[in-house]
Design a protein around this ligand. Structure first.
Ligand SMILES: [Zn+2]
Ligand SMILES: [Zn+2]
Length: 203
């Protein structure tokens, strides 16, 4: 698990799944590795991940830990934070990993300076190359950083989310399509799916 080759394999596997190599993926890989080592892999719903971002890092959680949207053991809260909570159902072991301030180091400062310049006045070709180099440097930095310097380890505020259940479906009286009963809305004595409900609400 700790060997270089095993690590290299995990990284390769994740890049293949995600499509490219980037700092966000590096963060996700570190969080996923913590979960694998401390809680184990999740072939079923045993491990649940609650992610507070929908960016690159989540792909590492899906690929390596086996928490996926389809299985219902990956839950997204749209808070825009680099925060990942993992729960193991059988014994309640859990932790919320949140990236620390300035975890990207010197290369990270260079990168955010260049990104600001790009937004405000644009970058020269040479600077675009520097961005690419800084991204590589930051990604490497994140992989090598001691885990305690990358993440705060916090107590999750909430208990683990409920297991995914099989739900009954209802037919929407506007479009005629079936939707899960928990997603059906009442409007004017009718049962409506969410898009149809939002459409009549806007009128
Ligand atoms: Zn990415
Ligand atoms: Zn509908």
């Amino acid at each position: 698990m700790h060997s270089r080759t095993k690590d290299a394999e995990l990284i390769e596997q994740t890049i293949e799944f995600h499509g490219h190599w980037c700092p966000g993926l590096a963060i996700g890989i570190r969080a996923a590795k913590w979960a694998l080592e401390e809680l184990g892999k999740s072939p079923d719903e045993e491990i649940v991940a609650v992610v507070e971002t929908d960016m690159c890092g989540v792909d590492a959680i899906q690929c390596l830990v086996g928490c996926t949207f389809g299985k219902g053991n990956l839950i997204h809260r749209d808070y825009g934070k680099n925060a990942f909570t993992f729960y193991r159902r059988r014994d309640g072991k859990a932790a919320r990993l949140v990236t620390r301030e300035n975890f990207k180091g010197e290369a990270g400062r260079k990168l955010s300076h260049l990104n600001r310049k790009r937004r405000e006045e644009g970058l020269t070709e040479a600077e675009e190359k520097q961005v690419e180099e800084a991204r590589q440097e930051v990604s490497r930095w994140i992989l090598d950083l001691p885990l305690a310097e990358l993440f705060h380890f916090k107590e999750p505020a909430d208990p683990p989310p409920q297991k995914a259940r099989i739900m009954a479906s209802h037919m929407c009286e506007v479009c005629g399509e079936q939707a899960m009963e928990t997603r059906i809305r009442r409007f004017d004595e009718k049962f409506l799916c969410i898009p149809c409900f939002e459409a009549v609400e806007k009128r």
